[in-house]
Design a protein around this ligand. Structure first.
Ligand code: GAP
Length: 463
């Protein structure tokens, strides 16, 4: 099914009803734009993350990982330029007090206009010239744009005013730079090599929204790949290509993606070239991933500001130089959403009496499906025998024992959560020691001996 036809409400509602993602702090009325991953969501997110780690770190000799602290010395964020440059322009509606990101306000009102990089005066001029209205109340009375820093501040120690402000990290990259020397020396890696990390990132976004697409805290997977300056273009092209291959690997509909290079005005303060991989969501073309050439900007600044020499010495030539960096970055929360948008399918099928009915099925890549199989006893009388099949499978796979509702209802539920195989234990199973295995996508059924079931599933899950 094409994403144009998918209503975001359907995804949000499926996520809530089936236990993928819930609104945060819901029993207290929620906290805007915070979301909690439920029992199936955490499995799907972990599976994506583990697959990414296997794909980009474990299966390569030129990559190592770290897991650094979220709180860092505030000097890091000054040296990195984030305190000065990690900003968005904000306007407030004077009538309803809505807080809005100036660039989003303009781009949503004047289709096709890109305004990244414009000065605040130019943004204000565009808002006035185009007679843009507040999306909440329709008023045209806005405050002038003002700078809003995206770093989240907090304080260490019980008395905020006595302590220095620290920042929750706004990107993972900085700890890969501050640990560059230690990691290189302890692993004895030679350039080119990369340092990877997965973790939480925090941004005080002015206008979060669209479910988990833009939130205040999110999960990121990224690596810094250290190279010699002369190799930057070929390395950039290589990683951009690898990022696109990953889309297929994880089950993101590539026909809904495109690459878009940042204009000069759009580039982050540290980047000489950035290419985004965008996805066509129900709310427009949006950034999914980015690949940036960060030059030697970060290591050079940290060398200057920390006083620690972050030069690398080539073991063959003894030449000392600050490495340059290519940075592929992958939003994990956005991957989660685009995987769901790619997998969500509505089909017309015929029920057992020949009546047309709608089937909703998440055609998730089998590798990342929360459950690989569900064991369904045909009736409650068969629960204890079916449970033995479940116990046999649970040692090797993530499996659910599903006993509530009719078989038809259980099939529908398993289809909606993307379980690749439903295994029905029926009255014949007692005599022939076999079960019926139903394939999620084709709905074809096959009779498989219980003793062969683990091998059968292993083989099928590799396909
Ligand atoms: N170290 C580079 C960096 O952080 P970025 O483009 O600012 O680059 C990286 O962010 C990725 O994080 C984006 O490509 C996107 O997938 C994801 N992302 C950015 N802001 C987000 C937000 N507010 N909520 C969810 N994901 C976000």
């Amino acid at each position: 099914m094409s994403t144009e036809l998918i209503n975001m409400d359907k995804i949000v509602s499926l996520c809530k009803q089936r236990g993928f993602v819930f609104p945060g702090s819901e029993i207290y009325g929620g906290l805007a734009n915070t979301w909690d991953y439920g029992p199936l969501g955490v499995e799907l997110k972990n599976n994506i993350q583990q697959e990414w780690w296997k794909y980009f770190v474990k299966s390569r000799g030129d990559m190592v990982g770290i897991d650094a602290a979220i709180l860092m010395n505030p000097a890091v964020w000054k040296a990195s330029g984030h305190v000065e440059n990690f900003n968005d322009a904000q306007v407030d509606c004077k009538n309803c007090k809505a807080r809005l990101r100036a660039d989003h306000l303009i781009e949503n009102a004047v289709k096709g206009l890109k305004v990244e990089g414009l000065s605040m005066e130019d943004l204000d001029k565009l808002i006035a010239e185009n007679e843009i209205k507040c999306p909440k109340c329709g008023s045209q009375d806005f405050t002038p744009s003002r700078i809003f820093n995206l770093l989240f501040q907090t304080h260490i120690g019980p008395v905020a005013k006595d302590s220095e402000a620290v920042y929750l990290r706004g990107e993972l990259a900085q700890s890969m730079f501050t640990n560059f020397k230690t990691v290189q020396q302890t692993t004895r890696k030679k350039i080119p090599f990369g340092i990877a990390q997965v973790g939480k990132v925090f941004r005080n976004e002015i206008t979060p929204g669209n479910f988990i697409f833009r939130t205040l805290e999110f999960d990121l997977m990224e690596f810094e790949y250290f190279i010699e300056e002369k190799d930057w273009e070929s390395t950039f092209d290589y990683w951009l290509e690898q990022m696109q291959q990953w889309l297929d690997h994880i089950g993101i509909d590539k026909s809904k993606t495109r690459v878009r290079e940042h204009t000069k005005d759009e580039l982050s303060h540290y980047s000489k070239k950035t290419v985004d991989i965008e996805f066509e969501t129900p709310f427009g073309w949006k950034e999914l991933y980015g690949c940036a050439y960060r030059t030697d900007f970060d290591l050079k600044n940290h060398t200057e500001k920390s006083g620690v020499d972050l030069n690398y010495t080539d073991p063959y030539t003894d030449r000392k130089f600050i490495p340059h960096v290519i940075e592929p970055t992958f939003g994990l929360s956005r991957t989660f959403l685009m995987v769901l948008l790619s997998a969500y399918t509505e089909e017309q099928i015929q029920d057992s009496e020949g009546n047309e009915e709608k089937r909703i099925v998440l055609k998730l890549n089998k590798k990342i499906a929360p459950y690989k199989a569900a064991v369904l006893p045909l009736t409650n009388k068969l629960n204890s025998q079916a449970e033995q099949v479940f116990n046999q499978l649970i040692k090797d796979f993530s499996v659910e024992f599903d006993i509530s509702g009719s078989i038809g209802k259980r099939y529908r539920r398993q289809d909606e959560i993307g379980t690749p195989f439903c295994i029905t234990f029926d009255f014949d199973s007692i005599d022939d020691n076999a079960v019926t295995v139903r394939d999620r996508d084709s709905m074809r059924q096959e009779r498989i001996k219980i003793t062969d079931l683990n091998n059968y599933l292993s083989d099928q899950l590799k396909k």
